[in-house]
Design a protein around this ligand. Sequence first.
Ligand SMILES: Cc1cc2nc3c(=O)[nH]c(=O)nc-3n(C[C@H](O)[C@H](O)[C@H](O)COP(=O)(O)OP(=O)(O)OC[C@H]3O[C@@H](n4cnc5c(N)ncnc54)[C@H](O)[C@@H]3O)c2cc1C
Length: 241
Amino acid sequence: MPKWYNSQVVDIVNLTPHTKSFWLRIEDPDMFDYKPGQFITLDLPIHEKRHKRWRSYSIANLPRENGVIELCIVSLEHGQATHYLFHELKIGDTIKFKGPDGGFILTDDMLDKELVMICTGTGVAPFRSMLLDLKSRNAFKKKVHLIFGTRRQEDILYQEDFSRLAIQEPHFTYTVTLSREVNWPGDKGYVHPIYLSQYHKITEDRLFLICGWSKMIDETVENLILKLGYDKSQVRYELYG
Ligand SMILES: Cc1cc2nc3c(=O)[nH]c(=O)nc-3n(C[C@H](O)[C@H](O)[C@H](O)COP(=O)(O)OP(=O)(O)OC[C@H]3O[C@@H](n4cnc5c(N)ncnc54)[C@H](O)[C@@H]3O)c2cc1C
């Protein structure tokens, strides 16, 4: 039987025009722990049938951060859960959730490899938790490259955190690529040309971690395994839907 927890919404913050962070204070924080990269499943009042009320969200912050969990959620035009979260949920409301779940985490042996993290939009959430954790434990051993893709400059998530980390941490590189921005001095287009050009020479000591929606993940997995020839074991992903 999964264990359910009660939480209270303590803050809702606009991150970009279509993305908010939701901060949930866990009722009994000592009973709940998670590994960076894991997700929780919310039970939202959006349907009579239980399983149609459940939506999963990656945790975007560090474990044990004052018993508060941060979720980073994008609003979908016809999304049931996101309509509720963006238009009905208020600070002070309670939310029931289960978890943590998921094996999309960094194990100690993975820290001996070069890590290439590829994401679009809110797919950055598990990587933010992982990267904050690596920083807090001083555990950057090998190169870590975060490749973040989104449409416009205004849609970039957690840019300050990652830019600061790139200055502080010599092993960490941060690339943002924008698919619909004309006046942008950085990379333009989708995430694919970035890793295809930088990681076409195969090495066994490299792991790719990918997070986001199916189209981007399918294309990235196909490019890495079929086009570049990486082994399946070097490519891991978390699929949002
Ligand atoms: C393990 C896991 C972790 C997740 N973590 C996050 C997270 O941290 N942040 C977050 O915003 N979402 C996350 N999701 C997605 C989330 O669970 C919901 O699916 C999402 O919020 C849409 O729910 P909804 O009820 O509003 O939309 P629904 O009414 O369920 O309709 C969603 C439909 O749109 C598609 N879709 C959803 N989002 C997109 C998108 N951005 N681009 C293209 N198609 C899309 C879905 O595949 C589905 O067909 C995660 C999903 C999983 C499985």
